[in-house]
Design a protein around this ligand. Structure first.
Ligand code: SF4
Length: 400
């Protein structure tokens, strides 16, 4: 349901202290919000699923800790809840990652520490998060001050589990679906039945009250070029869900580092414009990752405001960057994040889309270890900030 003008006003007025943020930040936020049609889901006012609901505690933390106190620590994180998954996606960003999986205590402790540092949006990923039998317990422990999103294939989701997760504090559910044709989706996912499992999970979630339901999809460049992406968006619209989250396939592993499959800056720009037009009138929100992370918006915050802890505890700047700066099982996560932040200022375009050739040319096993990562980063120049961070930092430097 579309949020009313009064709902939006009430949500914004709940944080009057926001006027104390830098004027440029408020100007940016007003313009940014106007690009979306906020929805009301179970009393929560949602711009899109990469931000907490506007009337939530997590959003208040964004205002207080990040905008006002100028917290330079991360705001967004993803944690690999398990390494287990029945599917075998062609573009899986975890290929090449290995080790001993974190236990539940480590996952919860790491999540809590990240939240204490400033994280107000936490994504559960994997592997398939639903395959961790402790997912409800993990959710219960992490959801009070932080907005939680679960990225799932939908396999093995039951109405009972969905309700337990919602009651434990999970609000954003995202089911992977990459194509409107069953055969193509199953082939991409390396699993016969993946498409049906995803549609079944979506139906379960649609019947559940007070949860935000989205599809997350990875598209490749040919889908963009042959208009299949438009057909796919129309197909998802008919599922009658809240949001379609979209990302192009990223060169996150050696086998994906092919120039011809990386989206061009012009194609990205065209997707950004398409989203802005689309979201003015559609009932479903289109949420293209490279819109949020584009130069017009927040830019790339890998390793700066974004952290990825994989299922083995290895800590990276984002899910798509094959570098690790340490393992939370043997080193405090605060220390690892601090090292990573010293190497990663924010910039205005996707780090991995821009630098994958440099990593591929090293001819070393990926992900790179901490010292290898630090060494190669000395050779990689970073660009200017995206619009938000230009306003946020003003003349101050992002690197601390
Ligand atoms: S490198 Fe930056 S822009 Fe690219 S996916 Fe990671 S966080 Fe997003």
């Amino acid at each position: 349901m579309k949020a009313s003008f009064f709902d939006i006003l009430k949500s914004i007025a709940a944080n009057p202290q926001i006027v104390l943020a830098r004027p440029g930040v408020n100007t940016f936020l007003v313009r940014y919000m106007q690009k979306f049609t906020p929805q009301k889901v179970g009393g929560k006012v949602v711009l899109h699923s990469h931000l907490p609901p506007l009337n939530s505690i997590a959003y208040k933390r964004f205002v207080d800790e990040h905008l006002l106190q100028q917290n330079h620590k991360p705001s967004h994180a993803q944690i690999g809840i398990t390494n287990v998954c029945k599917q075998n996606c062609a573009y899986c960003y975890n290929k090449g990652r290995s080790g001993t999986p974190m236990d539940t205590t480590t996952i919860i402790e790491t999540g809590k520490k990240l939240i204490d540092m400033g994280v107000f949006w936490l994504g559960f990923t994997g592997g398939e998060p639903l395959m961790n039998p402790d997912l409800v317990r993990i959710t219960k422990n992490l959801g009070d001050r932080c907005s939680l999103k679960c990225f799932s294939t939908g396999m093995d989701l039951t109405p009972k589990l969905a309700a337990e997760l919602r009651d434990a504090g999970l609000f954003y559910f995202s089911i992977s679906l990459d194509h409107y044709q069953e055969k193509v989706h199953d082939t991409i996912r390396g699993y016969r039945g993946a498409y049906r499992a995803a549609l079944q999970a979506i139906e379960i979630l649609k019947k559940l009250e007070n949860v935000h339901v989205s599809v997350s999809a990875v598209f490749n460049r040919s889908m963009f070029e042959n208009q299949d992406l438009i057909r796919f968006i129309r197909f998802i619209e008919n599922l009658d869900i809240h949001e379609l989250w979209l990302s192009e396939s990223k060169p996150a592993t050696a086998s994906l580092c092919r120039d011809e499959s990386i989206i061009t800056p012009e194609q990205r720009q065209s997707m950004v414009q398409f989203q802005d037009q689309y979201n003015k009138k559609a009932r479903m929100t289109l949420n293209y990752l490279n819109h949020f992370e584009g130069k017009e918006s927040f830019g790339c915050n890998a390793g700066h405001k974004m952290v990825y802890v994989d299922a083995y505890g290895e800590t990276s700047p984002c899910v798509f960057i094959p570098m690790t700066f340490g393992n939370v099982k043997t080193q405090p996560v605060e220390q690892i994040v601090s090292t990573m932040q010293a190497c990663f200022p924010s910039e205005d375009c996707c780090f991995i889309n821009k630098n994958y050739r440099t990593l591929a040319e090293l001819d070393q096993a990926l992900p790179l270890g901490p010292q290898q990562s630090i060494d190669v980063l000395k050779r990689i120049p970073f660009g200017p900030y995206g619009s938000f961070f230009k306003a946020f930092y003003g003349k101050a430097k992002a690197r601390q």
